[in-house]
Ligand binder design. Structure first.
Ligand code: COA
Ligand code: AMP
Length: 637
């Protein structure tokens, strides 16, 4: 049996023994004696009687191990022209100081802190400072509009909000403070205080509620690490579900640290002292796991990049970073490489750089489409590895486990389930689907350490969204299949979640925004294929009887409304006013059928359709706008 197979079997057949062994790799104040327990609802709880602190494991412990002078964080910001190096000792000291500052504002164990910051080292400092105090951080991605920030503030109810004065996009400086002020004017919850990191590109005006980061830190005494239970929450990270209300995914301290440490070694094959580069954002799960926590828990150096794959300044940016910082493993989303390929189809920019130190290129956030896989595979002299995971799992469910054993890759597949994840593909009746047959991808209980422990303040939703569909299984929401060799192919969501440029968005949420316009009677938002971003949302709306305004103006107004409410990141650029929407006789909009048309596929007209002519009308309108591949779609027969 191969090394991978041995580990996989061990983790599935003897989960307690397997994870007890892995738990020894991180420092505990009180080592766990109970490895796995199930709560009343049958959900796994790991290391329940262990005590530790994630900040201690990632910083203080590493300094004690002799890594004080090693770089913990390397910051490279082409949008400001700045670079910075923070050693483990400097990072520990800055975190301890900022933790002291938060404590001075009354933050204690269990309190929530919302962090609204771009890709600056202080974002990591703020996250670790919360962890140090046993406080629970909730980072909100900078591309979200005030309304989205307000929704998260109301749900998390933070004692303090930490923000930067601005973020910097390629072509503009985005003032964050007015966004925060607007969010706080919309939210019902009021934090006790806000801390603002002033950046020179756009300084913020502070009110009596606000504290200047530098001034606060200058007066603060360093705080020590507070011991927490392994099962205590480390963070809440909101992600899109099928409704307008985002889900607050809760992650614990102990299981998370053990799982991330294991993954850095077994999946990415990283050794302490090496540089890991994940080109994501601290606002997403990839940023949490593999910019902030994973690399430092393993004693590696993390490269924090405030820039884009292209235009900062060009399509050679990633190659430059890999060379300059001797990056060993690089991780980004396929869409980033599609953007690079568009600007540099021959990969010429790579010729200017020596990337011989690189060992592997990992991709996730969306499926690595075979054309992009082949382009990369021909271009770079290292394994190109697609791996599949979600905000909920916090670390990869399926991957080519480089650290255990590199196996041959197959284009379009995320390779094998990772040890700890008992992945199965089920048919409609809940039976295991045969090889090469698509079905619903589930993970059998127990979920391994590091996966979500619940939805913040909403246990019912946790159960309904993930656990209710099939007994003893976690529903991933993805569809896919295993091939004859046991390779897993993840083919896309089975719900209303779409993936735009590696960002997860809810069409249901966009529908709520469109539907709230006084002129809109009904609407549907569907994801259509896009060569650069993977998918793009398109809105179809029916106006209320009596609407006699200008339809083009309404469409533009609706596009602007989504941008203002959700944020630029929603990328909804097309809304069509249509006379009718195809529905079943019971009134359900046939969204899947609309997607089939937008994707240019042959479509059958279901017998349950109420008014077949409505489908033809919408198809004509989509074709006239040249939406997706709609001009190639044909009714079957
Ligand atoms: N703060 C504010 N606005 C932001 C933002 C942020 N942090 N990030 C993105 N936006 C804005 C962009 O400026 C853009 O605005 P525009 O409509 O005015 O142009 C909009 O949101 C859409 O952004 P995006 O989808 O990122 O498109 P883009 O054209 O700016 O860049 C890519 C395209 C492919 C280069 C970019 O999406 C990318 O790097 N993707 C990788 C994604 C990733 O790492 N995902 C994490 C999962 S691994
Ligand atoms: P997020 O929670 O934002 O990380 O998004 C998770 C979703 O992105 C998954 O449920 C998948 O639909 C999709 N996804 C992420 N990585 C992959 C991958 N490697 N292959 C296929 N889909 C992926």
């Amino acid at each position: 049996m191969s090394h991978y197979q041995t580990s996989y079997r061990h983790a599935i057949e003897q989960p307690e023994a397997f994870w007890a062994e892995q738990a020894k790799r991180i420092p505990w104040f009180t080592p766990p004696s109970t490895i796995l327990e199930y709560d009343d609802q049958g959900h796994a709880r790991w290391f329940v009687d262990g005590e530790m602190n994630t900040c201690f494991a990632a910083l203080d412990h590493q300094v004690a191990e002799g890594r004080g002078d090693q770089a913990a964080v390397l910051w490279d910001s082409p949008v400001t022209g700045e670079k910075r190096r923070l050693s483990y000792r400097e990072m520990r000291d800055q975190v301890a100081r900022f933790a002291g500052a938060l404590a001075g504002l009354g933050v204690t164990k269990g309190d929530r802190v919302v962090i609204y910051m771009p890709m600056v080292p202080e974002a990591l400092v703020a996250m670790y400072a919360c962890a140090r105090l046993g406080a629970v951080h909730s980072v909100v991605f900078g591309g979200f509009a005030p309304h989205e920030l307000a929704v998260r503030i109301d749900d998390a109810q933070p004692k303090v909000v930490v923000a930067a004065s601005c973020g910097i996009e390629v072509d503009r400086v985005i003032a964050y403070k007015p966004i925060l002020d607007e969010a706080l004017s919309q939210s019902r919850h009021r934090p006790d205080a806000c801390v603002v990191l002033q950046r020179e590109q756009s300084r913020a005006e502070l009110t009596p509620r606000d504290h200047d980061w530098q001034a606060l830190v200058a007066e603060a005494a360093p705080a020590e690490c507070v011991p927490v239970k392994a099962t205590d929450p480390l963070y809440i990270l909101y992600t899109s579900g099928t409704t307008g209300k985002p889900k607050g995914v809760v992650r614990d301290h102990g299981g998370h640290a053990v799982a991330l440490h294991y993954s850095m070694e077994a999946i990415y094959g990283m050794q302490p002292g090496e540089v890991f580069f994940s080109a994501s954002d601290v606002g997403w799960v990839v940023g949490h796991s593999y910019i902030v926590y994973g690399p430092l828990l393993r004693g590696c150096t993390t490269l924090v990049y405030e820039g884009k794959p292209v235009r900062t300044p060009d399509a050679g940016a990633f190659w430059r970073l890999i060379e300059e910082y001797d990056v060993k493993v690089f991780f980004t989303a396929p869409t980033a490489f599609r953007a690079i390929k568009k600007e540099d189809p021959e990969g010429r920019r790579l010729e200017d750089h020596d990337i011989s130190g690189l060992r592997a290129l990992f991709l996730a956030g969306e499926r690595l489409d075979p054309p992009t896989f082949h382009w990369l595979d021909d271009l770079v002299p290292v394994p190109v590895i697609d791996h599949w995971w979600q905000t909920e799992t916090g670390w990869p469910i399926a991957a080519n486990p480089l650290g255990l054993e590199a196996v041959p890759t197959k284009a379009g597949s995320a390779t094998y389930p990772v040890p700890g994840f008992n992945v199965q593909v089920l048919d409609r009746d809940g039976e295991v689907a045969p090889a090469n047959t698509q079905g619903s991808v589930v993970i059998r209980q127990p979920l391994p350490p590091g996966c979500l422990t619940g939805i913040w303040r909403d246990p019912q939703r946790f159960h309904a969204a993930y656990m209710a569909a099939y007994p003893n299984c976690y529903l991933t929401g993805d569809g896919g299949y295993f091939d004859d060799d046991g390779y897993l192919f993840i083919m896309g969501r089975t719900d209303d979640v779409i993936n735009v440029a590696g960002h997860r968005l809810s069409t249901g949420e966009m529908e709520e925004v469109l539907g709230s316009h006084p002129a809109v009677a009904e609407c549907a938002v569907i994801g259509i294929q896009d060569a650069l971003k993977g998918q793009l949302p398109v809105g179809l709306v029916i106006t209320k009887d009596g609407f006699d305004g200008d339809e083009t103006a309404l469409e533009a107004e609706l596009v602007a409304r989504v941008r203002q409410t959700i944020g630029a990141i929603a990328c909804l650029k097309e809304v069509l006013v249509v006379p009718r929407l195809p529905k079943t006789r019971s009134g359900k909009i046939l969204r899947k059928l609309l997607r089939t048309i937008a994707d240019g596929e042959e479509y059958g007209i279901p017998s349950t359709i109420d008014d077949p002519a409505s489908l033809q009308e919408v198809h004509e309108q989509m074709r006239a706008r040249d939406l997706g591949q709609s001009s190639q779609a044909r009714p079957a027969g």
